[in-house]
Write a protein that binds this ligand. Structure first.
Ligand code: NAP
Length: 323
């Protein structure tokens, strides 16, 4: 629900699109710089991080910190400095000829939010495998979130598809419930960080099926199994599982931007080292940007830089820059 203090007649200094770690950090920085800031979030604050069980490589927490807990602290911090959060889905951005005003349209509302600068921190959405049965059984055994759905799979075997950090972390989380977790990976070795691999290999409930791809997810009303193909031998097998958890990476969902900023061939936003996009006054941060290392800590770093750049841009527009 919209905060009563949010007013569509007002021209905000900054609108942040997306409330994951990058956007929340940007909010902390812009609000501390006393820029009027609203954050527009589509679903729920936290992005992928809030769905993560424990984050072990965010500095300052020797024993790790739960994703939801870390996000809770970030949100409290951003709001305490003055970031206002609005829930809704941005569907387009327009530019006004006068005064460098950017207009951000949310849901099907014809009256936009207005601002001088925009920070895009829209993150990504989960990639789908695209095999028969995947969409049919979503919510009926096919899941994209172990922390949300893992407890429904007590004492039954499940499959995890993917070989990256998320697949391994979530696979290990699932061993708390499932009798067996098969990790299905298309290559002959995992992509995940070595320390995660070491932990997974020590876990007796985990078995990795290499060189394997999913051809089909099947069942009556719920998932009952997966048809697998070995891409080296061509051998086809049936794996009897009650759950299929898909963690094969993420893809950007930036349709609302159209062509207003330059994107890479794979649809990520291209930014410079100040997190500026190709369009003046629009900055971007976090996983929606083209970059190699996508972690909570790098998203936060990007968010701080984007906020600093937006601050200077806004102060320049107002003739207030402390150069
Ligand atoms: P990722 O690192 O891109 O891994 C995706 C995995 O899915 C890869 O093993 C990939 O195989 C496989 N894959 C992709 N498309 C596939 C398809 N169509 N069919 C079958 N398999 C497919 O993605 P992620 O694990 O979701 O992680 C996302 C980012 O968050 C990464 O940068 C990761 O490092 C970061 N992250 C870090 C941590 C941590 O440091 N603790 C935790 C979570 C996430 P290939 O290997 O063959 O490409």
């Amino acid at each position: 629900m919209d905060d009563e203090s949010i007013n569509k007649a007002e021209i905000y200094d900054v609108i942040i699109i997306g409330g994951g770690p990058a956007g929340l950090t940007a909010g902390i920085y812009t609000s501390r710089a006393r820029l009027s800031t609203i954050m527009i979030e589509k679903l729920g604050i936290g992005g992928q991080a809030v769905l993560t069980d424990k984050i072990e490589n965010y500095p300052g927490f020797k024993d790790g910190i739960y994703g939801a807990e870390l996000i809770h602290h970030m949100q409290e911090q951003a709001e305490s400095f003055g970031t206002n959060i609005v829930y809704g889905e941005v569907n387009r951005i327009e530019f006004s000829e006068e005064g460098n005003i950017k207009k951000v349209f949310v849901d099907d509302d014809t009256v936009p939010y207005q601002c001088l600068s925009i920070i895009i921190a829209a993150g990504n959405e989960q990639r789908k495998i695209g095999v028969p049965g995947e969409s049919e059984f979503t919510g009926k055994g096919v899941s994209y979130c172990a922390t949300c759905d893992g407890a429904f799979f007590r004492n039954v075997p499940v499959a995890v598809i993917g070989g990256g950090d998320v697949a391994i972390e979530e696979g290990m989380f699932l061993t708390r419930f499932a009798s067996k977790v098969y990790i299905i990976h298309r290559r002959d070795r995992l992509r995940a960080t070595k320390i995660l691999q070491e932990k997974a290999f020590k876990n007796e409930r985990i078995e990795v099926l290499y060189n394997s791809v999913v051809d089909e997810i099947y069942g009556q009303n719920m998932v009952e199994g997966i048809k697998l193909k070995n891409i080296k031998t061509g051998e086809k097998t049936d794996l009897s599982v009650n759950g299929a958890f898909v963690f094969i990476g993420y893809i950007p969902n930036l349709d609302f931007l159209g062509t207003i900023v330059k994107k890479s061939d794979d649809n990520y936003i291209i930014v410079d080292k100040e997190m500026a996009t190709s369009r003046e006054g629009i900055f971007a941060c976090g996983d929606c940007c083209k970059k190699n290392l996508k972690q909570v800590v790098t998203a936060c770093g990007d968010g701080a830089t984007a906020a600093f750049s937006a601050q200077h841009y806004v102060e320049r527009l107002k003739g207030e820059e402390y150069a």
